[in-house]
Design a binder for this molecule. Structure first.
Ligand code: SAM
Length: 177
């Protein structure tokens, strides 16, 4: 299963920290790429630094129009999962979504255009209360991958954490510059 994420919508007050966290959750929870419409080059730098230290090849692409990405991915056979508090319960939808091949997960920033509800194959609510795109995304990615995303290797990491009950155990790979 290939999972990609797109964040759509405009914020009245730009919130780069939330945007960065949506990207970090996507990367840390097994997605391969994120598309976003908010352009702040620092976010790309942050993700590149994280990849450089902690490995993997997570990609971030800035886009003009979210709809073009959604339509292109649909043509490529991806199923579109739109996270919305108005959607069907994740508890009901998760089994069917797990059986899909490739997914494009859509999250909003503020109010999302109505059109996405029609374009989506699944409109999924993580509960029916408003919370956040960060939490909704994390829970969806965990439910559909059943935790195996945390077993994934991030190749070419300079640092690798060896999980430990107490303290910190970090393997540091020597590099010659
Ligand atoms: N009232 C806004 C709306 O009309 O969608 C809520 C925006 S919320 C700050 C930003 C995003 O978080 C939403 O677009 C959605 O993707 C996600 N989100 C928030 N609560 C959710 C929930 N209970 N279930 C699924 N997604 C949720």
């Amino acid at each position: 299963m290939v999972i990609e994420v797109v964040r759509i919508g405009q914020r009245l007050v730009r919130d780069d920290r939330v945007t960065t966290h949506v990207a970090l959750v996507s990367r840390g929870f097994g997605a391969e790429k994120i598309y976003m419409t908010e352009i702040n080059p620092e976010i790309k730098d942050t993700i590149e630094k994280i990849n450089n230290t902690w490995g993997g090849n997570f990609k971030i692409e800035f886009i003009e129009k979210w709809k073009n990405v959604v339509k292109k991915k649909k043509e490529e056979g991806f199923k579109i999962v739109h996270l919305s508090m108005y959607g069907e319960s994740i508890n009901k939808a998760q089994e069917e979504i797990r059986a899909e091949k490739d997914l494009l997960v859509v999250v909003g920033a503020e109010k999302v255009p109505k059109e996405i509800y029609e374009l989506a194959d699944y409109n999924v609510g993580v509960g029916s209360q408003p919370h956040s795109e960060i939490s909704a995304l994390a829970i969806l990615l965990d439910r559909i991958q059943n935790g195996i995303q945390f077993e994934k290797e991030f190749p070419n990491a300079k640092r690798k954490i060896i999980p430990t009950k107490k303290g910190k155990n970090v393997q540091v790979k020597e590099t010659r510059d």
